[in-house]
Design a protein around this ligand. Structure first.
Ligand SMILES: [Zn+2]
Length: 109
């Protein structure tokens, strides 16, 4: 299984759930990941649980409920486009997030 990149999940959330009142689940994120070629084979939310846990710790995701392996979230704050000064790639961060690091090169953002 390919490692799921934080940027790909951030883009899915930005494109589909970028509202602090919207509830979404890891199952829904998996559905969107499956539409991306390299993640077509992904079939288990546990395959990217570590990425979501990091997003909880950084202050981006607010866990609100859990039912077996399905976890429901809201955003604490909406995501904004951010461009890395070191490598010029773009991703999405919530303004309040701590330890923002570029998913491409690891530089502080
Ligand atoms: Zn970078």
């Amino acid at each position: 299984m390919p490692k799921v990149s934080s940027h790909d999940i951030r883009k899915i959330i930005f494109d589909n759930f970028n509202d602090a009142d919207t509830r979404f689940s890891n199952d829904e994120i998996l559905g969107y990941l499956n539409q991306i070629d390299k993640y077509k084979q992904l079939d288990d939310v546990l395959d990217f649980e570590d990425v979501l846990l990091e997003m909880e710790k950084s202050g981006m995701l607010r866990p609100i409920a859990q039912n077996f392996n399905t976890r429901y979230y809201r955003l604490w704050n909406t995501l904004e486009l951010a461009t890395c000064k070191a490598c010029s790639s773009s991703t999405y961060f919530a303004p309040n997030e701590e330890g923002k690091a570029c998913p491409q090169c690891g530089a502080n953002m």
